[in-house]
Design a binder for this molecule. Structure first.
Ligand code: 13P
Ligand code: 13P
Ligand code: MG
Ligand code: MG
Ligand code: MG
Ligand code: MG
Length: 381
């Protein structure tokens, strides 16, 4: 069976400020998704939130970019938006940027990550397991560094030295500033590792779109690397990416995939999408309530049975005391960075500030600058 994993995620409103979706909003999405399973559109699905972003994780056989699957997600988000509006919640419908997308919702606001594979539970994949990363309060390239380390650096993934992975992985890197369409370059790790790094260091412009096994041609990773401003024509918010990562066997093991997140690396995002702050790994369904407004990331794991259904259980990777240490490190890094306030590297450059108002403030001041008249030398006495 050709199976597709689709993760579609949107921020459509939250309680008490931008913290978390309401219980009724979650129920609205879950209801729409349960109906789609009953109707046979989806094989299985799981709904969770990270901060105030709701993710729908789905299996089906309709392929990537299926308008039926995308429309289902859109309608589920519309139902939750209507709950958010009725309840007077903050930012109701925030990520639904167009009135009614005709098919695929990619480019309409929600984050979309999808990949497909032949699902036979034999050959290179006697068992199929995967993880889903979902982030809130951060920029689209938040996974650039951790995914590079997991799929291209044996210091993080010693499994890369094993025969099924030793030829490395092909990175599809997308230029998110290109508004003409998806502009992608394919580069092979390890041979092109430095070229890949040269692009991925710019988290706001370049993002990993896909990672593919060079030995088996199987897709390992799909990321929702797209910028909302490239969609809306103006800056409408940070782009809080989602990623699907298949694991084990011909791919890195879960611990090799999550270990780079122990860095709590700095990303663009945080309060008003305008600061440079550490990415804190958190359990799913965590609200954003800590001091500042730290970028957060969750990670769920699933297995898939022969019919494409999720195991009866799921794994919440960052819901483990081992990650408390990393959360403390993230908080310490955050306090250090924020002690610098608005100065220099602590805040994003003007082009990346989520709130256009910061730019308006400076633009209005720029109009008041005057070139000083050349000072005449003082007349000699
Ligand atoms: P198990 O012993 O649970 O199979 O784990 C082996 C392993 O390789 C972990 O990466
Ligand atoms: P959201 O990404 O949840 O909309 O948060 C944006 C923000 O500005 C936080 O201060
Ligand atoms: Mg929000
Ligand atoms: Mg959000
Ligand atoms: Mg956001
Ligand atoms: Mg967002």
């Amino acid at each position: 069976m050709r199976l597709t994993l689709s993760v579609i995620k949107a921020d459509i409103g939250s309680v008490g400020g931008h913290t978390k979706p309401s219980t009724r909003m979650m129920a609205a999405v879950e209801g729409a998704v349960a109906k789609a399973i009953c109707d046979g559109l989806l094989i299985d699905a799981f709904v969770c939130h990270t901060g105030d972003d709701i993710a729908i994780i789905m299996t089906h056989t309709r392929g990537e970019g299926s308008s039926e699957v995308h429309q289902l997600a859109w309608k589920a988000f519309l139902a939750a938006t209507s709950v958010a509006k009725t309840s007077g919640l903050y930012g109701a419908g925030q990520d639904l940027l167009v009135d009614a997308p005709s098919g695929n919702v990619r480019g309409a606001g929600p984050g979309v990550a999808e990949l497909s594979f032949d699902h036979s539970l034999s050959g290179t994949r006697p068992a199929e397991s995967f993880m889903v990363f979902a982030a809130d309060k951060c920029g689209p390239g938040a996974y650039n560094l951790p995914l590079y380390l997991a799929f291209a650096d044996p210091m993080y993934c010693a499994g890369l030295m094993l025969p099924p992975m030793i030829k490395g992985f092909r990175f599809h890197v997308i230029d998110m500033d290109n508004t003409a369409g998806d502009s992608v370059i394919e580069l092979d790790a390890p041979a092109d590792g430095y070229h890949i790094a040269a692009l991925l260091r710019d988290n706001e412009r370049f993002g990993i779109d896909r990672i593919v096994s060079r030995t088996h041609g199987e897709v390992a990773v799909a990321v929702s690397a797209q910028r909302l401003h490239a969609i809306a024509g103006k800056y409408t918010g940070k782009d809080d990416p989602v990623a699907i990562v298949r694991n084990q066997g011909i791919f890195p093991a879960p611990e090799e995939i999550v270990s780079p997140f122990a860095k709590a690396h700095f990303v663009g995002g945080d309060a008003r999408g305008s600061h440079v702050m550490p990415l804190m790994p958190v359990p799913i369904n965590t609200p954003v309530t800590g001091m500042y407004c730290l970028p957060i990331v969750s990670c769920t794991g699933f297995s898939i049975d022969k019919d494409g259904r999720f195991s009866e259980s799921f794994t919440d990777f960052f819901d483990n005391p081992a990650w408390d240490e990393v959360r403390r490190r993230a908080q310490r890094k955050a306090i250090e960075m924020r002690s610098q306030g608005w100065s220099g590297a602590a805040m994003l450059p003007y082009s990346e500030l989520e709130y256009g108002g910061f730019r308006d403030t400076v633009s209005s001041l720029l109009k008041r600058f005057q070139v000083r008249k050349e000072r005449k030398p003082e007349a000699a006495e």
